[in-house]
Write a protein that binds this ligand. Structure first.
Ligand code: ZN
Length: 306
């Protein structure tokens, strides 16, 4: 297995930055951005680590006879969320999705280790979230999709509650471990790098863009990026025709604005199996696939899995 990937801590960055500022003034500032980039991960290991809001932390949990149970507390949620753990008795690794709304600085997961009998240890594994400033994107969409009517608002709230249940899906893979988490691109086409953009619809700020947009014609088949189970199929106010896939241990993916959904809840898909088609349904400016990837109930940058 790979060596653990650790990143410079914020204090280190600040010290280095201060030193550079002393020597070279503002010209030294890009060094901060360079330091904040992920350390290279071995090419056989996915996802790439990127410890910024919307990124993924890869945390070494060391050896253990059985898979450690890891949890993370997010935002103001009262209940900790389970974290995906991959590896084997030699080396376990936690893959932690970092929310786009996460504050830069120190964070940690809690790891429960049981060794055979009753011995049960809880320890904290720290990591650091580096700052990342995402660009702003201005979009023009039909006014009724920004200023919601009372009926549309009620519909949106029902759908939001339903989606929250879908996002809480947690399943253990049948073989006890996950295959490689390297994902296939779900549809060929130009991939935007718009993940994390702070979006302004018709002049009004809304939630940041939490996925990747891939330009493709209506009707283009979309394939599963990993083996999956279909956990939701629906038509939603903002997202239009939507399918959610479960890849195990809280790794989910979502496909939005679809023109057709050729799958039912409970279907099991092989990687590469077509299950829906690109469209322009919901709040869109044209046909494309919106592709979201979720870890521990957190939308993360899909490009880290490619
Ligand atoms: Zn999108």
């Amino acid at each position: 297995m790979s060596a653990p990937v650790f990143h410079p801590t914020i204090p280190h960055l600040l010290t280095r930055r201060a030193a550079l500022l002393g020597a070279g003034g503002l010209l030294a500032l890009p060094a901060l951005g360079r330091d904040a980039r992920p350390q290279p991960t071995p090419p056989s290991v996915w996802p790439q680590a990127l410890q910024v809001p919307g990124g993924v932390a890869r945390l070494s949990l060391g050896p253990a006879a059985t898979r450690p149970v890891a949890q993370v507390r997010q935002g103001d949620a009262d209940v900790p969320v389970p974290v995906l753990v991959v590896g084997d008795a030699i080396e376990w690794t936690a893959l932690v999705g970092i929310p786009l709304a996460a504050a830069p600085g120190d964070a940690h997961i809690s790891v429960v280790q049981t060794d055979g009998g009753n011995a049960r240890k809880v320890r904290q594994v720290p990591y650091t979230v580096a700052p990342k400033r995402y660009q702003e994107q201005h979009l023009k969409v039909p006014p009724r999709t920004v200023d919601l009517s009372p009926q549309d608002q009620a519909r949106y709230e029902r759908e939001r509650d339903h989606q929250a249940q879908v996002m809480a899906t947690w399943s253990a893979p049948a073989d006890g471990n996950l295959p490689s988490l390297r994902m296939q691109v779900p549809v060929p086409g130009r991939r935007s790098s718009s993940f994390g953009l702070r979006r302004v619809f018709n002049g009004q700020p809304r939630n940041p863009h939490s996925g990747m947009d891939i330009a493709a014609a209506t009707g283009t088949p979309v394939v599963a990026p990993l083996p999956a189970r279909v956990i939701d199929v629906g038509d939603y106010f903002f997202n239009g025709g939507t399918v959610w896939l479960d890849h195990g241990q809280g790794l989910l993916s979502m496909y939005c604005h679809l023109s057709s959904m050729d799958a039912r809840v409970g279907d099991v898909l092989q990687a590469g199996a077509a299950f829906c088609k690109v469209g322009a349904t919901g709040r869109v400016t044209g046909p494309h696939l919106h592709w979201g990837v979720m870890l521990n109930r957190t939308m993360v940058d899909p490009s880290l899995f490619l």
